[in-house]
Design a protein around this ligand. Structure first.
Ligand code: AMP
Length: 224
């Protein structure tokens, strides 16, 4: 079973790399951000409860997110593995996930996408999303063919509410205070953490680096 945790700041490219990984490994992409946005779009009770927190850039409660992830990972399509994107984001979530995986005899591999702060700011402020199909663009790094229009369906692109500047600051703050310590936790308890430098390379090259780093880590695990 392949249990992969993609770890990194907002704007580090987790979503893009998760798509490459899930296509390559044929396992589901479990993004807590996407799942919460789906709940908001469908007007569910949970969606209504979390919308204000999400739009402010803060973190949704551990209890809500832990339960949502547990339910998702228990579905049959996740039996062979999954790629977690945006979870765990707090120590309580990391401990919860470790217990859940330990209970099933599964060892995760954490992939840390390391990206410089200034690169992150450029990516987040330039991000645009198609409101119809969800495709992501960046005005500087990955612009649409026609100015501000989606390549796939021609819809006018939008700035996601949580990509506006005060919200970006809040999200990076939440990352620094609540999420970054999770990486230290994984290292301290001796779980597998793979480092990938992802500031400068285009996404396909970052993906190659991830594959190489995972293979190297697999070999060193086998020889331990
Ligand atoms: P993302 O798309 O991963 O950047 O997530 C967007 C927003 O969803 C975050 O700013 C949080 O408000 C919320 N969110 C996503 N994942 C989590 C999580 N694991 N724990 C708490 N809140 C989350």
């Amino acid at each position: 079973m392949r249990a992969i945790v993609l770890f990194g700041s907002p704007g580090s490219g987790k979503g893009t790399q998760a798509k490459f990984l899930t296509e390559c490994l044929r396992v589901p992409h479990v993004s807590t951000g996407d799942m919460l946005r789906d709940r908001i779009r469908s007007g569910s009770e949970l969606g209504t409860a979390v919308v204000a927190t999400m739009h402010s850039g803060g973190l949704v409660s551990d209890q809500v997110v832990n339960l949502m992830v547990e339910e998702r990972l228990s579905k049959p399509d996740a039996a062979k593995g999954f790629v977690l994107d945006g979870y765990p984001r707090t120590l309580a979530q990391a401990e919860h996930l470790c217990r859940w995986l330990d209970g099933r005899g599964v060892r995760e591999v954490v992939i840390h996408l390391a990206v410089d702060y200034n690169v992150i700011i450029g990516r987040l402020t330039g991000r645009r999303e198609c409101p119809r199909c969800g495709t992501l663009y960046n005005v500087a790094f990955h612009p649409p063919k026609m100015d501000e229009l989606c390549d796939l369906d021609g819809e006018k692109l939008a700035i996601r509410d949580d990509d506006r500047e005060p919200v970006i600051r809040e999200r990076l703050d939440a990352y620094g205070h609540q999420t970054r310590p999770v990486l230290e936790y994984y290292r301290t308890v001796g779980r597998r953490v793979v480092e990938v430098e992802a500031s400068d390379d285009p996404p396909p090259i970052v993906f190659q680096k991830i594959c190489q780093a995972m293979e190297k880590d697999d070999r060193s695990k086998d020889s331990r």
